[in-house]
Design a protein around this ligand. Sequence first.
Ligand code: AMP
Ligand code: MG
Length: 618
Amino acid sequence: MKIYGVVGWKNAGKTGLMERLVAEITGRGFRVSTVKHAHHAFDVDHAGTDSYRHRAAGASEVVLASRKRVALMQEMRGAEEPGLEALLARMGDVDLVLIEGYKRDVHPKVEAHRAETGNPLIAPQDATVRAVASDSPAAQELRSLQTPVFALDDTCAIADFILAEVGLAEPAQISAVKQGTHRPDEPSEGLTNRLSDRPSDLAPPPLRDDCFALPAGVDWTPVSEALTRLSARLHRVVAEESLPLQAACGRILARDVTALRAHPAQPNAAVDGYGFAFDALGTEAVHHLPRVPGRAAAGVPFDGAVPFGAALRILTGATLPEGVDTVVLQEDVTATEAMLAFRGGIKPGANTRKAGEDKQAGERILRAGRRLTPADLALAAATGLGALPVCQLLRVGVLSTGDELVEAGAAAGPGQIYDANRVMLLAMVGDMGFLPVDLGRVEDSRTTLKQRLDAAVAQCDVILTSGGASSGEEDHVSALLQAEGALQEWRIAMKPGRPLALGLWGGVPVFGLPGNPVATLVCALIFARPAMGVLAGRGWQTPEGYALPAGFEKRKKPGRTEFLRARVRAGVVEIFASEGSGRISGLSWAEGLVELPEAACNITPGDPVRFVPYSSFL
Ligand code: AMP
Ligand code: MG
């Protein structure tokens, strides 16, 4: 007999969790009993019953028994309250006893936690608390715990975890919800230390040092080649967490998810009408069926079977009662209290939904890597899920470099310019569904830059810098990466674009983007964005583009892919009047980019060009 506890402060949701776990685990075929610690003089019996009178008269034990249940009431009469062990000894044999309360006993436990109660967590102080089930699993304090954290209503995952812990199921079944999980017989120091600066638990393998290497001996690498290399060498770097559905929109699914329950779960009526057995209908032009009293409605099933040859009033969503496989629409019948008449020609099974016709239990409903939409959440809810395994948010640091930069809105002296790239990149990262981390600005100083990057490594999964990426004397991003042996200089055959500086800083990928805002944005969209998608668990995404007629003329030489700021009006692609790369107004005017291939081209109005809306990069 295995035992496992549920603890938590008052109002933390212990009983609800117990209830769901009992249902889930018994539903999987295990026999489960429970122990609940109650306070003071609780009573299950009440004054006046026969058993109460026996007790009141002084019986030591009273057994109250019926066909449905047996209660054994033992009167303590001032004796010491029995401990957990003594209680368990009195219980019948089952697979698992779940214990609510008994916080101070040494059995393994899961802690129920509700953030709004404001209580401190028990878990960090108590090694017998093996996992936390919280209504806000993404909270910072929880993310830094070394114990697994589940969503409070992710009953399935919590049950998996408990069953694996007590040895009733294969540990492999617990997908890595939180890898801080360690068994006492396994030293966990290494893991703890290695991850101490990253609350993410499941440590995916580090990126390879050569992940940004470009082909040797090539002066200017084509865009497509650079993208192919990038996509092949990166992988997901964030861990998995479980989130309640209402917190999961926009997040990336970490694993394929299957339906817990069929949808629909039972065959039901698709319309308001009358249900009957199709086989009972004859061949006459008009059918006459006697009505069964009562009705079936959504959530209020008909209690009983409908006799062959009879019909029952049935409403949309109601489970089809036994004896009903076909429903006739109420608008198509003439009904009295006792009888129903409708024309022949109805098809067997008409106006019904079959169990599982949408999704079967166990069938995959959503694939790993999907960015969850509101409709996905509806599908998950309808198929029995209360929480989903998602990737932790990719933390993207954004840093501006340059002596000339001042903060937006501040006073700017001669020679100074406003830092435009940082707000742009931070907002872009947020729009893409990542977690923006503002790393501020640094002057053109290698020491300051080094300090800032060193500090950023603990807070970020990837870093975007702008400025200082070329090979001039004030290009400190490339110089620093170079000095540390981490630089991969990216000379890409594209316009706009100057060299990019890529590298791993303390294992964290750094995208050193050019400083020019137009080049910053284009390089971020074309290179950093698909790379971040892979790091975040979404996989490599090629932005959707559309062939549309050009509304402009343009002649271009071979050798470079060109991206023009563009928008679509009346089905025709317009480009921004000036190609000047300092024109931020053109970025704002545009609603997307036109991509012109490396080959020479001579575009005249009406020729098809590839337009990629900004929204395709989200
Ligand atoms: P750099 O790549 O550092 O040589 O910068 C190229 C151009 O972009 C220079 O004119 C910089 O002043 C400008 N620039 C660099 N960083 C920013 C920024 N954060 N916001 C606006 N312009 C910038
Ligand atoms: Mg600069």
